[in-house]
Design a protein around this ligand. Structure first.
Ligand code: NAP
Length: 312
């Protein structure tokens, strides 16, 4: 009549064990509660019999009616039962916890071994070692090449005569409005790095540009501009700008040649008397990638050509 319960093959044995533990625990608590109810009813029953009807007074131990002694003994048994459920019989005791921990560790080890197997299959050990060596080598090379290989553009922008003249007595020696406009269009919104003398040649700050002044004088200060002592510091300050400009003058262009990736040079087609000069452009290092001629007109006394160079 009673068919044996079939084990569900889909239930994980560990889940089943958890379930069994929980079920036993519920039964334990239920029994304790039943015991409590029976004890309360029984104790009240005996107490009423004893107090109201004088039942049990015929037998006493040390002057206490046997009914009362029975209630005390029962209370003692109930306390034992209570302790057994809540104190001694810990739910899923230490032994069970240890067993679970061992199982978990074994399972993790198994999974790690499987993953290792996959890695070994995908990358045989020799290949991994090779890849690691290539990676380290690549990183080292990257460090050496960093200034050249970076995608960042560092542009030196200048206007120079045929004899590389830049200016005299801390001023320019020509007036070319279209070149000014181009300078403004290219540099607006960017960091502009300049020597202290060039900065002092400006009547005021150039709007919408971050001014970085290079000076050896650590105490040099300029309102609205940053002052640094080296080109490295200047470039570090402009590191979040993907296109900072080095805007002169002669001494700073010389410093900038090692760091620049591009040169925007306006070659003014005449020779000028000057005391600041643009450095010679070595065509084995710099490639001319664009040129645009601008003729003489009523606003421009000299013809000039915009030359764009890129470091090879
Ligand atoms: N045509 C153009 O496109 C153009 C562009 C810009 C400027 N300019 C002209 O160029 C002239 C100015 O050029 P410049 O060569 O005389 O001066 P500059 O390059 O503008 O500034 C020179 C100053 O920069 C600082 N400096 C230079 N090398 C340094 C280093 N290695 N470390 C730290 N600080 C350094 C020094 O400042 P401290 O003395 O404070 O230490 C030095 O006096 C002006 O005539 C200007 O009009 C022309």
């Amino acid at each position: 009549m009673f068919s044996k319960k079939k084990e569900n093959p889909q239930i994980d044995p560990q889940q089943r064990e958890l379930y069994e533990h929980a079920r036993k625990r519920i039964i334990q608590k239920k029994r304790l509660f039943q015991h409590f109810v029976v004890f309360v009813v029984g104790a009240v029953f005996f107490a009423v019999l004893n107090l109201a009807f004088g039942y049990g007074k015929e037998l006493t131990f040390f002057g206490v009616d046997w009914c009362i002694i029975a209630i005390i003994c029962w209370a003692f048994l109930f306390v034992l039962h209570f302790c057994n459920v809540w104190l001694f019989s810990k739910f899923m005791g230490q032994e069970w916890t240890d067993r679970q921990m061992e199982r978990l560790v074994a399972k993790q080890k198994e999974e790690i071994a499987l993953m290792q197997k996959d890695v070994d299959l995908m990358y045989p050990k020799e290949e991994l070692i090779k890849k690691k060596e290539e990676f380290i080598k690549g990183n080292q090379l990257k460090k050496v090449d960093e200034p050249k290989k970076s995608n960042k553009m560092i542009t030196m922008i200048a206007a120079a005569g045929e004899n590389d003249a830049l200016g005299k007595d801390n001023d320019l020696v020509w007036h070319l409005p279209d070149d000014f406009k181009r300078f403004k269009a290219l540099t607006t919104g960017h960091h502009i790095i300049m020597g202290r003398k060039t900065f002092e040649s400006f009547p005021k700050l150039l709007p919408n540009r971050v001014h970085i002044i290079i000076s050896r004088n650590k105490n040099y200060q300029a309102d609205g501009a940053f002052v640094v002592q080296t080109m490295e510091e200047a470039l570090e300050m402009a590191k979040n700008d993907d296109k900072p400009f080095i805007i002169g003058g002669g001494e700073i262009y010389n410093l900038g040649l090692n760091y620049a990736t591009h040169i925007e040079l306006t070659r003014v087609h005449a020779d000028f008397e000057a005391d600041a000069f643009f450095p010679k452009i070595d065509t084995s290092v710099w490639e001319l990638v664009k040129e645009e001629f601008h003729d003489v007109d009523e606003k421009h006394k000299f013809s000039f050509t915009y030359l764009t160079y890129q470091k090879k």
